[in-house]
Design a protein around this ligand. Structure first.
Ligand code: SAT
Ligand code: MN
Length: 589
């Protein structure tokens, strides 16, 4: 009898008609073979990989994509649930039958003359009961190699799947990289994603946003857990105790920098568990535990440098696990290294820009694409937590939410309880960034930083969050932060980066009951002098401005929140409507 996995592979072969089928085993030898192959292969008119200077960046390769394919395309991303209401106003929706027909037409014979890579993979440590089994097929060797870095590819996945039909199915073809024929279709009820026409990370590495967040969030809703767009860090205090936090921020808001932080505060250390996705479960002891389903970082290159993220710079130069890929950065021809804005102050004189053109230093455009990325194994990270592969995950004491806001949102505050925290997270707004195509810098609501990633109706998602709080014995404290508040002159008031550890230290003090708070209209604020500013040159007035609740700004905020909530009609849980009414009342509205 044919196993469900073999049946899926056969069906894909029949549909896609590849010239060859290659099954990935996840070995080092295979990685060498495929990187060699990719250096000789042309896709979409470009050599797939070019080897970079191995002295500077061992086992690293450069990839340049089609300029029309450099970010997630949210307008081409669909959640295909039986009813439109199940997908909610937060998703583009298509009826599953129609969506599948459309995709079948695009995928039919799509791999003629190409190789179909069959990628069995596990999201999460294979030993974990929270881990999930997956199979993706793709015709992109770049995607196949990226999946090797971002997930656990190979034997263990095949063994875990065995005769079971319980595994995620992903179909991906890069097609002809035509934005008019580009779709990313999710079928949560079938544990299936079909993706066509893009080779970009979030569109093509189906284990990442597509499975671990969109399908994952739906599975979590069904099964009683949460799939979140969150970093996981362990913060070690001078006494040696490690406190674990989750942190949710929209794409390109400094999540990766926070996940690999070198605190300025003496005696503190951050241990990295993950920089993008967390799966959160209630453990047998009633506490909240988190695992990182991924095995690598797919990080934004621009802004990453020895000052902003020294740990990532070290990670990128390790090759314990390989390959490391650089996509759409510039290249410094003097020494064949990847280059991006922020990696050095000096702009090298002989640069090729991300589109393959000689870079003109006097041009106002950046040499690297603002959403250029590196793909690197988490095992190369020198601050990797010793708990990373713990099948149980790590116990969570605090959840940090954030956004990118030049005004209104204070540097930090705490929600007074779980439900108030869910409310605070549900009203997050953030300025859009280059991680998704579309306007950059406009404020949009991005609850829990999950707006583009929640695979079902966000009203139901809020209800699920509230219900999770009831299941947890000691719900973690919930904090809101904004590193990006600006003064009248448009300058950032908070230094950010390593100094963010000062705020986290305060959070640890709160978790341990060592720091008091002052209550305001929107939540609980640090008492005077509770934030350790030792060694930081910041004026008292600036701190006051950073922490100020500006009622007039908040009244404008309320209008945007109500507009957003209105889209969900009576799906917004009454607990959240009550929080909103209470806040309006406090603001005198
Ligand atoms: O969606 S990706 O993972 O490709 C990048 C992002 O965080 O937006
Ligand atoms: Mn992300």
């Amino acid at each position: 009898m044919i196993t469900p996995m073999e049946l899926f592979i056969k069906k894909m072969q029949d549909l896609l008609q590849p010239g060859k089928v290659y099954r990935m085993d996840g070995s080092q030898e295979e990685a060498e073979r495929l990187t060699n192959l990719a250096q000789e292969s042309e896709v979409d008119g470009r050599i797939v990989l070019k080897k970079l200077n191995a002295q500077e960046y061992p086992n690293s390769y450069y990839h340049r994509s089609n300029p029309n394919d450099v970010a997630r395309t949210e307008h081409l991303t669909f959640v295909c649930t039986p009813t439109k209401e199940q997908a909610g106003p937060n998703n583009n929706w298509l009826e599953p039958g129609a969506a599948k027909e459309k995709m079948m037409r695009l995928l039919k014979d799509a791999m003629k003359g190409r190789t179909m890579y069959v990628i069995p993979f596990v999201m999460g440590t294979p030993q974990s009961r929270y881990a999930k089994n997956c199979v993706q097929v793709t015709d992109s060797v770049y995607v196949a190699l990226s999946m090797r870095v971002m997930s656990r590819v190979g034997k263990q996945a095949v063994e875990r799947i065995g005769n079971s039909s319980d595994f995620f199915r992903g179909v991906h073809s890069i097609g002809d990289v035509n934005p008019d024929r580009r779709f990313i279709m999710h079928f949560p009820q079938e544990n299936l994603v079909m993706s066509f026409g893009s080779g970009y990370g979030g569109n093509a590495l189906l284990g990442k946003k597509c499975y671990s967040l969109r399908i994952g969030s739906y599975l979590g809703y069904q099964e009683g857990w949460l799939a979140e767009h969150m970093i996981i860090i362990g913060v070690q205090a001078p006494d040696g105790k490690v406190t674990y936090f989750l942190g949710a921020f929209p794409s390109a808001c400094g999540k990766t920098n926070l996940a690999l932080l070198e605190p300025v505060l003496k005696g503190y250390k951050v241990w990295t568990m993950g920089d993008d996705i967390a799966w959160v479960n209630v453990g047998e002891d009633g506490q909240l535990y988190a695992i990182n389903p991924e095995a690598g970082f797919f990080g934004v290159a621009p802004g990453t440098g020895a000052n902003t993220n020294p740990v990532m710079m070290k990670t990128l130069k390790n090759d314990k696990f390989f390959p490391t890929l650089f996509t759409n950065t510039a290249v410094d021809n003097s020494n064949n290294t990847p280059w991006w804005e922020g990696v050095s102050k000096e702009v090298p004189s002989d640069l090729t820009d991300w589109q393959g053109q000689k870079y003109d230093k006097n041009s106002s455009k950046p040499a690297a694409h603002p959403n250029s990325r590196f793909t690197v194994s988490i095992y190369n990270c020198p601050t990797l937590s010793s708990e990373y592969d713990n099948p149980r995950g790590v116990p969570i004491s605090g959840i940090i939410f954030g956004g990118r806001r030049r005004s209104t949102i204070p540097l930090v505050y705490e929600a007074k309880n779980w439900n108030a925290g869910v409310f605070t997270a549900s009203i997050i707004g953030s300025e859009t960034t280059a991680a998704s195509t579309g306007q950059v810098g406009a404020v949009r609501r991005d609850p829990m930083a999950m707006l583009p990633f929640c695979g079902y109706n966000m009203g139901d998602y809020f209800r699920h969050w509230l219900d999770m709080g009831k299941k947890v014995k000691n719900p973690p404290k919930i904090f809101m932060v904004n590193w990006f508040r600006k003064d009248e002159d448009g300058k950032f008031m908070w230094p950010g980066f390593r100094d963010n550890s000062r705020i986290i230290k305060w959070m640890i003090d709160r978790v341990e009951g060592k720091a008091g708070v002052v209550e305001s209209e929107i939540g609980l604020f640090p008492e005077d002098n509770a934030i350790d500013l030792n060694g930081l040159d910041i004026k008292k007035e600036t701190m006051a401005k950073l922490l100020r609740v500006d009622k007039e700004d908040w009244k404008k905020e309320i209008v945007m929140i109500e507009e957003f909530y209105a889209k969900f009609g009576d799906k917004i849980p009454k607990e959240l409507n009550n929080c909103l009414a209470e806040l309006k009342n406090k603001l005198g509205m």
